[in-house]
Write a protein that binds this ligand. Structure first.
Ligand code: HEM
Ligand code: HEM
Length: 182
C-alpha cells in the first residue's frame, strides 16, 4: 500500500528523509565554508574535490528519494490546520524536493559544461562535455544563488516542525521518527 492513503511515513520514507536531510544540510554548510571560510588555497583545492564527489554521489540518492515520494504520494496531515498552513507546508515540501535535485544537478552541469571532468573520489570520472557557456552559466548561477533561498526554506521547515511538536503538541514530528500505528 502506498502512503497517500494513510497517516504514516513508512521506514523507507523516514530513512530517506533523515539521510537526505543530514547530507544536504552538511553539504550546504560545507559549500558555504569552502566559499567563505579562511582556508589556504592548497587546502581548499582538495576539499572542493570532496565536495564535488559527495555531491555527485548524492545525486543518485536524491533521485531515489524524490522518486520514492512521487511514487508513494504524501500521507494526509496528522494535524488539523488552517488552509494557509496546509498550503505553505505543501509548497515548502515540493520546493525542498526540488532543491534536493537541483543542487547536485546544477553542480554537475556547471562543471561538465564548464569544460571540467568530475573525478569522483578516484573511483570514476564523469567526463567534460566541452564548453557550453549558456548551460554552465545558468547552472552556476543556480548553484550560487539557490543555497540562500534553500537555507531560508529549511529554517522555516525546521521551525514549523518544532512548533508542531512543542506548541501544537501533535504527531507531525513524531511520525517522521517512529511508526505511530495509524
Ligand atoms: C547536495 C548537493 C550540493 C550542495 C547542497 C552544494 C552546496 C554548495 C554551496 C552552499 C556552495 C557555495 C555557494 C555560494 O557561495 O553561494 C557551493 C559551491 C560550489 N559547489 Fe556545490 N553543492 C552540492 C553539490 C555540488 C556538486 C555535485 C558539484 C560538482 C560536481 C559542486 C560544485 C561546487 C563548486 C565548484 C562550487 C564553487 C562555485 C563557485 O564559487 O564558483 N557542488 N556548493
Ligand atoms: C532538522 C531538520 C529537519 C526536521 C526537524 C524536519 C522535520 C520534518 C517533519 C516533522 C516532516 C513531516 C511533515 C508532515 O508530517 O507533513 C518533514 C517532512 C519533509 N521534510 Fe523535513 N525536516 C528537516 C530537514 C529537512 C531537509 C534538510 C529537507 C530537504 C532538503 C527536508 C525535506 C522534507 C520533505 C520533502 C518533507 C515531506 C515528506 C517527505 O517527502 O519526506 N527536511 N520534515
Amino acid at each position: 500500500m502506498t502512503e497517500r492513503n494513510g497517516k504514516e511515513f513508512g521506514l523507507i520514507s523516514r530513512l530517506n528523509h533523515w539521510g537526505v536531510a543530514a547530507i544536504f544540510i552538511g553539504m550546504l554548510c560545507f559549500g558555504f565554508y569552502l566559499e567563505f571560510g579562511d582556508l589556504a588555497r592548497e587546502v581548499k583545492g582538495p576539499l572542493w574535490g570532496v565536495h564535488k564527489s559527495i555531491g555527485t554521489l548524492f545525486l543518485i540518492f536524491a533521485v531515489w528519494r524524490v522518486g520514492w515520494r512521487i511514487f508513494q504520494g504524501f500521507p494526509q496531515e496528522v494535524a488539523v490546520m488552517p488552509l494557509w498552513q496546509r498550503f505553505t507546508a505543501k509548497i515548502t515540501h515540493w520546493l525542498l524536493l526540488l532543491a534536493v535535485l537541483l543542487m547536485p544537478l546544477s553542480g554537475v552541469l556547471m562543471n561538465i559544461y564548464g569544460g571540467r571532468s568530475i573525478h569522483v573520489f578516484d573511483w570514476f570520472v564523469i567526463p567534460s562535455q566541452g564548453k557550453n557557456e549558456m548551460v554552465a552559466g545558468i547552472a552556476h548561477t543556480v548553484h550560487e544563488v539557490a543555497p540562500y533561498a534553500i537555507s531560508a526554506i529549511i529554517l522555516l521547515h525546521i521551525a514549523a516542525a518544532v512548533k508542531h511538536h512543542i506548541i501544537d503538541k501533535d504527531a507531525t514530528l513524531k511520525r517522521m521518527i517512529v511508526q505511530t500505528g495509524k
